[in-house]
Every structure is written in C-alpha cells, then in structure tokens.
Design a protein around this ligand. Structure first.
Ligand code: V4E
Length: 224
C-alpha cells in the first residue's frame, strides 16, 4: 500500500454462499494467503485506546492504522495506514507524547517507546477483486474473506483512496456491493484482533470497550 493511503472498509459476516455470489458479480479470486499479524502496544494499551493499531504483518512488515478525518460512521470505518518506518515512528512518538528520536526503524523503537507484543495470530485470507459497475478506469473494490487460527471468520469490502475527497464515492460503491452480497444494513462484526482480546485477554478487551463506550456517549452525559 502507498504511504498514507486511506482505507475505507466495511466488515461483514461471510456466509456459505458468499464466494459463489462474488463469482456471479464478476469477482476474481486473486490469491489465497496465510500470514501472521503481531500487534504491539504499551501494557496500558496507550496506542489502541487512542485508536492506533501497530502491527507487524508477516511478508509485509510494519503497518500503523489510525483513525482518519471521518473516522467511524455507521457501518463503515475510514483509517489511515502508514507503512514507511520513519512515518510510523513519527506518528508513534506523537501519539505517545514522546520526543522523536532514533533512526533505527520501528523494531529498534519498540523498547524505547515501551511497546510490547499484545496479540499474535494467523489469518488465512481469500482476496477477491471486483471492477465494480464496469468502471474499469477506477480502482477496484477488494473483498477479503478471513479466517483466524482461533476460529473466527469475518469479511471485509474495501477501497483504497488517496484523498479525503474520494471517500464518498468509495463509500457508495462499498455500500452497493455490500447489499448485492446480502450484507444487512446494521451488520457490524468485530475485527479479528478485538475477538482475540475478548477471548484471550479479557482485561484488555474490557479496557477498550470502556474507551469505546465513553467515545460514543453523547457529550455532557455521565457514565451510569
Ligand atoms: C482498526 C482496528 C483494528 C486494527 C486491525 O484492523 P482490521 O481492519 O481488523 O485488520 P484486518 O487484518 O482485518 O484487515 P486489513 O488491515 O488487512 O485490511 S482492530 C480494531 N479496529 C477498530 C476498532 C476499534 N477502534 N474499537 C473497537 C471496539 N473495535 C474495532
């Protein structure tokens, strides 16, 4: 992925007929891959609590996802994704409130920034590509069908754009394809990492849930 691109995505629960439907819609199965994601954070989850997700993906390297301008709205999310070491380190320093120092790349900065591995799991992914609505000149939509090694399956309809101004059109295409795939309007399954934490690190999960609820509470209202 190009540095600083915007990933607009919508997750869904894949069913037994999802792949057949993708084929009917002209989708091409590009590849099937298996990779390990290892997520890093401070022991208090300072990154995740600030909606920053640092991972090392086998075969790809370091990636940092964080909330874009529009963030989460309705059933879709919009995250910025950095893949260049210096840009990742600069963003990590900013969110952790640390003075930027060091040129040794992300791995060399884990210790100084107090980051440690908090989750690690393997995903098997079928990646589909769709030239949607015959728009060959436009970038394709991708559909990933994932199964994690702890038994959780989730799908994702995704578009990559480079400018905020391209997001509404990408969203329109994502919503159209989602409804052609039979995705329910209110369907919003959790990310693999969130289910991993819920199952294997319930205290970390509860911490993130508390932050999420606080974020979603209307301004001026108190926690019950
Ligand atoms: C953004 C995010 C997480 C990071 C992992 O993102 P995800 O889209 O699940 O990765 P993956 O591997 O399925 O797809 P790829 O990156 O290859 O396209 S984990 C959770 N979130 C968002 C989030 C949040 N902020 N709070 C809660 C409670 N849930 C989810």
């Amino acid at each position: 992925m190009a540095p600083g691109s915007i990933e607009v995505e919508r997750k869904f629960v894949p069913g037994p007929g999802t792949e057949e439907r993708l084929q009917e819609l002209g989708g091409i199965l590009e590849h099937q891959i298996t990779f390990r994601d290892s997520y890093y954070d401070t022991p208090e989850l300072d990154l995740m609590r600030a909606d920053h997700w640092l991972r090392h993906r086998e075969g790809r390297g370091w990636e940092l996802k964080f909330l874009g301008a529009a963030g989460v709205s309705g059933a879709h999310t919009e995250y910025r994704e950095l893949t260049e070491g210096p840009a990742i380190v600069a963003q990590l320093c900013e969110v952790l409130g640390t003075k930027g120092q060091g040129t040794g790349g992300v791995a060399a900065m884990l210790g100084p920034l107090g980051l440690e591995q908090v989750a690690s799991f393997v995903t098997t992914r079928s990646s589909w590509k769709l030239m949607f609505l015959g728009a060959e000149q436009e970038s394709p939509l991708r559909v990933d069908l994932d199964t994690a090694d702890f038994g959780y399956a989730v799908g994702e309809v995704e578009a990559l754009v480079h400018e905020e101004a391209e997001v509404p059109q990408a969203l329109e295409k994502i919503h159209s394809l989602s409804s052609l795939l039979g995705v329910q309007a209110l369907e919003k399954p959790p990310a693999k990492l969130i289910v991993y934490l819920q199952r294997f690190q319930p205290q970390h999960y509860q911490l993130l849930l508390k932050v999420k609820r606080a974020r979603e509470r209307p301004p001026g209202t108190q926690q019950p």
